[in-house]
Design a protein around this ligand. Structure first.
Ligand SMILES: NC(=O)c1ccc[n+]([C@@H]2O[C@H](COP(=O)([O-])OP(=O)(O)OC[C@H]3O[C@@H](n4cnc5c(N)ncnc54)[C@H](O)[C@@H]3O)[C@@H](O)[C@H]2O)c1
Length: 375
């Protein structure tokens, strides 16, 4: 049989792209341009979504109450003949207050579908926040008129920053009205926003509700506990209000009043996922409006004049697209650390090959404890 040589692109090296690498990419590209590229990538690729080419599964994982309420979930997507992406994400809403850690922590792994090898592991905490903002921006762009906006934000944590930044890349923001049940978080929002955005007007919940009628767009991005919603009173909402409902991403966790949801055009990001854990979990499938794919593909429905809700639960395809953008820039800049996490013996049938080095590996003269009745 002819000897098969291993091609260079079939090496099993894994590139680790860490926080410093993402920082270096964004420092090179620019924060606004990186966000614009994500918005462009999500808008284009989701608008051209082809289920024959991109296969995705809804999020699954472990949800627990011990040691405290939290979850670790995995979000898989495959581009056929190219790559499988699995983002692993933890959500622990007590992290900021108890440990000074973000509520959402994530990493993404990319696998090559020719060999099955792990090609990349990358940071995805900032990347998740960026792509969640970008997803809201692409839907806001088709659901609102072209003029400047009054933007309201409920929940001023990590996601609020990228929601505001991303929306500012597709519309100018005239006024920014924000609220949080933890006033200390609302008061530091101004320090966490990129320069050049309007100063947030921090109000309490009841003042926010009174100002809803002035708002063109609202982003709800709270860590509201299960069963505690709604986080905003929308009885004063004007015709044409668009809401990016970002925080509902768990069974029982919702942010918007049900009667409002029933009367609005609800745009789910991933229909089956939204029916389980998004705002849509309280709706029937027949009550949903066009999906995110439909509206970005240009399916004609009157969105700008309607009250619209983007039911954003977070799509694994968005994670694949953002990790791929990060990787492309990182490789262009020569960033990343290469590690050997996978065994690559010269003889693919010899799993012990690497043990035959210079150092003798100790053996035992005894059988396994199990066979000796010691197990
Ligand atoms: N849709 C997506 O793709 C996506 C992506 C990432 C995170 N999320 C979700 O977004 C939510 C926010 O995430 P984060 O990283 O910003 O969390 P965070 O902990 O950084 O911030 C959440 C903020 O919401 C505030 N809050 C809680 N209940 C509130 C209420 N009733 N009214 C007003 N404010 C309230 C908290 O005080 C906190 O400041 C989480 O539920 C998270 O699971 C969704």
């Amino acid at each position: 049989m002819a000897k098969v040589e291993r091609a260079l692109d079939e090496s099993l090296a894994t590139v680790v792209l860490d926080v410093d690498d993402l920082t270096a990419v964004i420092a090179d590209v620019g924060l606004d341009v990186f966000m614009d590229q994500l918005i462009d990538e999500l808008g284009r690729e989701i608008g051209a979504f082809d289920p024959a080419r991109v296969e995705h599964q809804i999020r699954s994982g472990f949800n627990y109450e011990t040691p405290e309420h939290g979850l670790v979930e995995w979000m898989p997507t495959m581009v056929a003949g190219d790559v499988v992406s699995v983002k692993t994400v933890g959500y622990h809403p007590e992290n900021p207050e108890k440990r000074k850690l973000p509520s959402v922590l994530a990493t993404t792994a990319l696998y090559d579908t020719t060999t099955g090898s792990l090609t990349t592991i990358c940071e995805a905490t900032l990347l998740t926040a960026l792509r969640t903002g970008a997803a809201s921006a692409v839907v806001t762009n088709v659901a609102t008129g072209p003029g400047p906006l009054v933007l309201g934000v409920v929940g001023c944590g990590a996601q609020a920053v990228t929601q505001i930044h991303a929306i500012s890349r597709v519309r100018s923001i005239d006024r920014l009205i924000v609220t949080d049940t933890n006033p200390a978080v609302a008061l530091t929002l101004a320090d966490r926003l990129p320069e050049g955005l309007p100063s947030p007007q921090v109000v309490d919940g009841s003042e926010f509700n009174k100002a809803v009628g002035q708002m063109d767009v609202i982003c709800t991005c709270t860590s509201v506990p299960i069963g505690d919603g709604a986080v905003v009173d929308l009885s004063r909402a004007r015709a044409g209000l668009h809401i990016n409902a970002v925080g509902a991403d768990f069974p029982g966790k919702t942010e918007l009043p049900l009667d409002y949801l029933r009367s609005a055009v609800v745009i789910p990001d991933v229909i089956d996922q939204c029916l389980i854990e998004g705002e849509a979990q309280r709706l029937d499938r027949s009550e949903l409006g066009p999906s995110m794919v439909d509206v970005l593909a240009g399916v004609v429905v009157p969105l700008v004049s309607a009250q619209t809700v983007f039911d954003s639960t977070g799509w694994s395809y968005e994670d694949l697209l953002s990790a791929r953008l990060f990787r492309t820039h990182a490789i262009r800049l020569g960033l990343g650390t290469t590690v050997d996490l996978q065994r690559a013996p010269e003889d693919p049938y010899d799993p012990y090959e690497s043990l035959r080095g210079t150092t003798a590996v100790p053996r035992s003269t005894e059988r396994s404890p199990l066979a000796r009745g010691l197990g």
